[in-house]
Design a binder for this molecule. Structure first.
Ligand code: UDP
Ligand code: MG
Length: 337
């Protein structure tokens, strides 16, 4: 029986990478004769001609497909769009810039064949990142793993293969704001790892600058932990205790030795210090409230403008597995091409 494998590739301004990607991927096909592959490029609102490149590649190669989102929804949304589309026996997620070597997918498939439902690519080096970035990433993972329900590793990204069973579970998580790496971990299943060397970006520049990475990290923590919210009750209690103790000391001092007026600096320090702490507390509340606000609107995670593939596949995609789910509903849009 022929098994099917969908390879989901989110693309944002990857016009210059796509043909390289296809050329690197093509030799894989004859290596796995028992499989039908589809490479699904998800154009995430690129400003360049990425989608016309995808269209051309899809016209030339039967195994290349494309999904065009209406605008840039972010990598997580693009991955979700691909996940919603793919109903193959296995789904692979990888970047378009060839930082994830296509050859590794062969190893993924081999492990999957052995019965592992989740095969995760593990980076053996992160030479491509700056030292400052690595340091910050390290701090993030330490904090996150300490306070979150899910445990993440710095060496694992979205580059992975999941079995259809896992993909079905993952599709049940319909939250709007999606930190995929955390969601992958949240669904469970014991992963096996395949080590790989991160390649250099074939073309263009990374979309993840420091600010975007910082926001991504915030998303990761707020998506999977409420510790930053709960910490304030304890911190408040501690501050209250210290404050009461100090007050008691001052009152005793006044009773025993009379009133001493100096204390201006102490007062100022306390006011400034505690206002700062309070504002951080409010800020953290805000992070969560903002996310609740975005989530309750129940807007779809992404919207699809058009798709390119052969007509059979398009018909299949027009019948989503879970018609009630919000993102799947997006498929029903008449724009389906
Ligand atoms: N990407 C995307 N939408 C975005 C940003 C990035 O689909 O808004 C894609 C991008 O085209 C690439 C992958 O996500 O295939 C990883 O992005 P990038 O290479 O810029 O990040 P890095 O490898 O530096 O983490
Ligand atoms: Mg990259």
């Amino acid at each position: 029986m022929n098994k099917t494998i969908s390879v989901i590739v989110p693309c944002f301004n990857e016009s210059g990478s796509l043909s390289h990607f296809v050329d690197r991927f093509r030799p894989l096909l004859p290596r796995h004769p028992g499989y039908t592959f589809e490479v699904v490029f998800v154009n995430d609102g690129s400003a360049d001609d990425t989608f016309s490149r995808i269209r051309a590649l899809a016209a030339a190669e039967s195994w290349v497909k494309g999904i065009n989102l209406t605008r840039n929804f972010g990598k997580e949304a693009a991955l979700t769009a691909g996940l919603d589309y793919a109903h193959s026996d296995a789904v692979v997620f990888m970047d378009a810039d060839l930082q994830h070597p296509p050859e590794v997918v062969s190893d993924f498939i081999a492990r999957w064949e052995q019965g592992h439902e989740v095969v995760v690519g593990r980076r053996v080096s992160r030479d491509t990142d700056t030292r400052a970035y690595r340091l910050l990433a390290n701090v993030f993972y330490r904090i996150s793993n300490r306070i979150s329900d899910v445990k993440l590793s710095e060496h694992e990204g979205d580059f992975r293969l999941i079995d259809r069973k896992v993909a079905d579970k993952l599709r049940q998580l319909r939250e709007n704001r999606r930190f995929m790496k955390g969601l992958f971990a949240w669904v469970g299943y014991e992963p096996v790892f395949v080590e790989y060397e991160v390649g250099r970006r074939i073309n263009g520049v990374s979309s993840f600058n420091t600010w975007r990475s910082w926001n991504f990290a915030l998303e990761g923590i707020t998506s999977f932990s409420t510790v930053p919210l709960r910490i304030w009750s304890y911190l408040g209690g501690l501050v209250l205790l210290i404050g009461l103790g100090y007050l008691l000391a001052i009152v005793l001092q006044a009773i025993l030795y009379g009133v001493v007026t100096p204390g201006y600096v102490t007062l100022l320090a306390a006011v400034v210090g505690f206002s700062g702490v309070l504002m951080i507390g409010i800020g953290i509340l805000g992070e969560y409230i903002g996310r609740i606000y975005m989530e309750v609107k129940q807007r779809p995670t992404y919207l699809v403008k058009e798709m390119v593939s052969n007509p059979l596949e398009t018909a299949q995609a027009a019948q989503p597995a879970q018609p009630e789910s919000r993102s799947a509903a997006a498929w029903g849009a008449p724009a389906d091409g």
